[in-house]
Design a protein around this ligand. Sequence first.
Ligand code: SF4
Length: 456
Amino acid sequence: MTSTTAALLQKYSIPGPRYTSYPTAPYFHTQFAEADWTEALGAASADRGISLYVHIPFCDSLCYYCGCNMVATRDYRKTQPYLATLDQEMARTAQRVDSRRVVRQLHWGGGTPTYLNPDDIRRLMAMMRSHFTLAADAEISCEVDPRELTRAHLAALRECGFNRLSFGVQDMDPDVQQAVNRIQSEALIRQVLDWSRELGFSSINLDLIVGLPRQTVERFSRTLERIVEWAPDRLAVFGYAHVPWMKKHQNLIKESELPDPAARLGLQQAVNASLGAAGYVNIGLDHFARPEDELVRAQQNKTLWRNFQGYTTHKDCDILAFGASSISQTADVYMQNEKSLKSYQERVAATGFAVERGLKLTRDDRIQREAITRVMCDLELDFATFGSEWGIAFSDYFADALTDLRPLADDGLVEIDRGKISVTPTGRLFLRNIGMCFDRYLRQAPGEQPRYSRTA
Ligand code: SF4
């Protein structure tokens, strides 16, 4: 990393959204009710694709850095009423959705979906197939915790049609693993990767985290060496967001052991250098993929999109999400379910839905979302093309954004020339900051804004 890049990372390390939605989740409100959601479900045309998401909140133990909605429990019985509730919720939702619509993508996240035993994995997938029609070539993926996993879990997933897996690796250093209460050996990871390949999963993603306690560049470089050796198809390298005011258990992490900003920059640099040298392409933010991966191709063809699962090639799908805290998305609506297991189960038992809050986007929200997403996915934005798609005079509509982008252009993060914004190679590290220039909600008085994690 040049000293200039390091200085820029320091300068632009400010709290900001990750833009997996726009407006961001803190703006969802509780006036959005079940009737709003059922209306949105019925509004989509028969040819609009569906992306299904199921949230399995259970985990065997608590990782101290966890930012997810989860319940650590050894009591497997809790899964049974939860699965029954998912079945009810899916049945009720499917009644409102045009039955000709086809599922193009399906994802299980958590928590730990593989907390479910192999029989319940089969049972849940059978439920999903009974309520929805899956395309023969649907992308079917599952988040996997390598600990407590058996070959039988993976075989059940494969048998159910899963073709992609995403493993939480985070950091292989024993000291770091101990500091975050997530112990998993190299032999274990190697074993689950071998099983996955033997069983014929076509795409494997590994998640890493930078910014964990006791991480140093030297130690993390050893993790990166292993990762490169294991040769996943994709990698997501998240920056740890220390938000103990929101996630109380993060207080179990000693702040004195967290890498300071300079060390964090070094870690980021080690990631970019190692993965770059191994031939991975940085799609943007924290995502890397092999050059032949469809995410890279979608970026080249300008069909890449962002949603709650990060980067996706399925822009034209509505996300129908099931389970506690899950977030659904149609063309102009976001809806989040009740977060606690108890309220989720009670609400579904009563009405079949568990709407806690949501948002109907205005036309302005949609225009701004498109601009933020285009710049974060395509890494460029053409004023005339965008203006004619939305019937706006781009430079007038986004006058504030263009003013805010000026200092970023002076710092070499973007180029604004001939009616076009282009993100520079250095600017790829600052996509959140670039997106923030188009975010009208950030123009509100600071007291009215939610608290976000830092951008770098
Ligand atoms: S396994 Fe995942 S969801 Fe569960 S506690 Fe650890 S990080 Fe959180």
